[in-house]
Design a protein around this ligand. Sequence first.
Ligand code: GLU
Length: 342
Amino acid sequence: MITSESESVDQQVSTGHLPAWGEVESLTAAAFERYRRLDEGEVADYIPILADADPSLFGLSVSEVNGATHDIGDSGHGFSIQSVSKAFLYALVCEAHGHAFVKERVGVNNTGLAFNSVIAVELNDGHPMNPMVNAGALSTTALMPGATAAEQWEFIRTGLSAFAGRQLVMDGEVYASEMATNSRNKAIARLLESYGHLNADPLETVDIYTRQCALLVTAHDLAVMGATLADGGVNPVTGEQVVSPEVCRDTLSMLAASGMYERSGEWLFEIGLPAKSGVAGGIVAVAPGKGAIGAFSPRLNSAGNSVRGQRAIAYLSRALGLNLFASHATPPTERAANDHRA
Ligand code: GLU
């Protein structure tokens, strides 16, 4: 254990500001323009209906913590949220059960294996390991408040809608297509159950998880949802406090560690932002205290991340000064007298 909750102290935050509105607007347009013709990557097809997506779609949106938004391209086009939901599910469960409980039950460390790996569960004594892989997302779903599966589903749909600032609806065709082909997720849920690590019915849990993955969102929605995590849990458009600032911090640390599948390390190294992607081509990237970027384009790289989305976010991370790890040297004239360093 690195720290315990009893050691926590009141925290100041370390963030900054976005450039002026007009500059964010023109850089969002520049990012879109740069990558709109890039046609590398393949549309996902392991969920049959996703193969029908139009590969030319590309939407980009930036949402600022002051409520301003910047939208370009197909930023209003609906697509299934898929694994991007895991980020917001995790936030809702942390809000309901607290930091220590969720850390112990779901975990916070990487598996080093694919997001839908069965063997990762076996190798870790039946522990789901982290909330961004399917095993962890299934246990997160099972921990949702609610006396019945229907109540849990409604809690999730309402919670994700609060992040988006509008009522989200499920795409019934995506749900049916995935339910007909998701034997692997059912196997993972059964395996967690066999270890005593799933406190709900496995097939009901898979059903709810599949519904939440089929919720329809837009790139604009993802930007607003991410900006809520960047804004201490307050939706910057509606003003609603959706989760606490501590939950946002915990959620963003998980996205930084494992939000971009097995390329999470490379993503953090190159782009320096917590982010989560999904197989329908959505990505949300969050700049704490500043805002968030939502991107959608269905062509994916071999790790399952949207090619245009990644490139556009990488550009904006640099151009808007979002990389969490970047700093400039302090000018010599601003340095404190250094007699204490002797
Ligand atoms: N519903 C998908 C699955 O469970 C989500 C995958 C993803 O977006 O990573 O396989």
